[in-house]
Design a protein around this ligand. Structure first.
Ligand code: ZN
Length: 425
């Protein structure tokens, strides 16, 4: 553990600390320049008597933050901030998170905890594969690895053959990446006769996308490594909000820095343990962008508030199933691409490169699953079995189109899984 006293705090102490910091954050926000403070008119920190009172506070949404572009949601004068990161902005106005020096220190701490939870120590050499730029991934890994005292290989995104060469030549033991990227590394390795078993690699820390358990098994066995699922958003202060530990019994969220709620996305009501809903985050220690009840649009469920076998006491949530933005509705059925991925990757002859193409044919929804072949492909019998499994899950027939390796375009950054050609109503 990076920070044992904090990571193993008894539950009552965690709850006490959360309440104190919640009041502090509300006070800080109300006294700040942030336009978001208008939401809390008439609400005083002293009115918050217990954590249960949190649910009386209004939510903050991505649209609230977009309306504040570029800096109206920032609580500290931007000139007093040290740096910024920005959400991708591919689906509208981007959101900027301007960070103070204290925010960067906090980020380094939670990321160091995450790397330690993945089994890293100061003896490790970590190769950082997300980009260093407006996207927060590269810098997040950098700050965490620096705090932990690892040797850092700041490779950044792309140039897969160079990534492999560095892993081998430098004796790299761990890497951090966008979740879909190891599929590309495996592909380039195969094309170039590169054997992961001849390297010292043992850990990969992956995030920024939803990835299925089947995909996880696939890359673990092909690379001979153990993977860890890391979560976090630009808005909450970047990657490092939480990570799963070696016990693999959920993702620990650092509760001395964040309050997590799971709510019903329709009604906004908080849900109990085991119930699936939207993750809502309140920051407790952030200065540049303190957030109260931020709707992340990520779907998960609370697993446990009990102490984990790893010794950590911070709550555990399930791996993220998808984002409400990614949820597809085809022929009246709601599902996430990762659920289809989970079925496809049970077949060794299919690759993690796939796309769901949805269009309107004769006035009705129609879905084609385009998936690349891997190794020797699938037999006719397997194809029939796959068709049946997909039908069982979706409740409607979809076309399956198996294409040669390399057909689907390799894009830098997050994979494109959905091509929806239907006219939006
Ligand atoms: Zn644990």
């Amino acid at each position: 553990m990076f920070n044992p006293e904090r990571e193993t705090m008894p539950r009552e102490e965690i709850e006490k600390l959360k309440l104190t910091h919640l009041r502090k954050t509300l006070r800080f926000l109300k006294n700040s320049r942030s336009k978001l403070k208008e939401k809390y008119k008439g609400i005083e920190p002293e009115d918050i008597l217990s954590l249960d009172d949190l649910k009386s506070l209004p939510f903050t949404t991505k649209d609230d933050l977009r309306d504040c572009y570029p800096f109206n949601h920032i609580a500290v004068e931007p000139s007093e901030c040290a740096r910024m990161h920005m959400s991708s902005g591919t689906t509208g106005v981007p959101v900027i998170n301007a960070m103070t020096k204290n925010d960067i220190f906090q980020w380094g701490e939670i990321m160091a905890r995450c790397l330690a939870a993945a089994g890293l120590t100061e003896k490790d050499k970590i190769q950082i594969m997300p980009s260093f730029g407006l996207f927060n991934g590269g810098f997040g890994f950098h700050y965490g690895a620096e705090r932990l005292g690892c040797f850092i290989v700041p490779a950044g995104a792309g140039r897969s053959l160079m990534q492999l060469k560095l892993i081998k030549d430098l004796g790299v033991t761990a890497f951090g990446a966008i979740a879909s990227y190891p599929a590309r590394l495996i592909e380039v390795a195969k094309d170039n006769g590169f054997d992961f078993r001849e390297t010292k690699l043992r850990v990969a820390i992956l995030g920024a996308e939803t990835w299925s358990d089947e995909y996880r098994h696939r890359i673990e066995s092909e690379m001979g490594i153990k993977t860890f699922d890391i979560i976090g958003l630009t808005e909450t202060g970047g990657v490092g909000l939480g990570i799963d530990c070696e016990a693999r019994s959920g993702i620990h969220v650092w509760e001395d820095h964040y309050i997590l709620e799971i709510i019903d996305p329709e009604t906004g009501q908080p849900l109990g343990i085991g119930e699936e809903g939207e993750m809502v985050i309140t920051t407790l220690t952030r200065e540049g962008l303190p957030l109260i009840r931020y709707r992340t649009r990520d779907i998960s469920r609370l697993i446990s508030l009990e102490k984990c076998t790893c010794g950590r006491t911070h709550l555990r949530v399930d791996r993220v199933k998808g984002r409400t933005d990614d949820m597809l509705k085809v022929k009246g059925v709601n599902f996430y691409p990762s659920q289809v991925e989970q079925i496809l990757l049970k077949y060794k002859g299919l690759s993690p490169y796939y796309q769901l193409v949805i269009e309107t044919l004769k006035g009705k929804d129609d879905m084609t699953i385009i998936v690349e072949k891997a190794d020797n492909g699938v037999t006719q019998r397997e194809l029939e079995q796959l068709d049946l499994e997909l039908y069982d899950f979706l409740g409607f027939r979809s076309k399956i189109q198996i294409v040669p390796e390399g057909t689907i375009q390799r894009v830098p950054g997050k994979a494109i899984r959905i091509i929806d050609k239907r006219k939006k109503a």
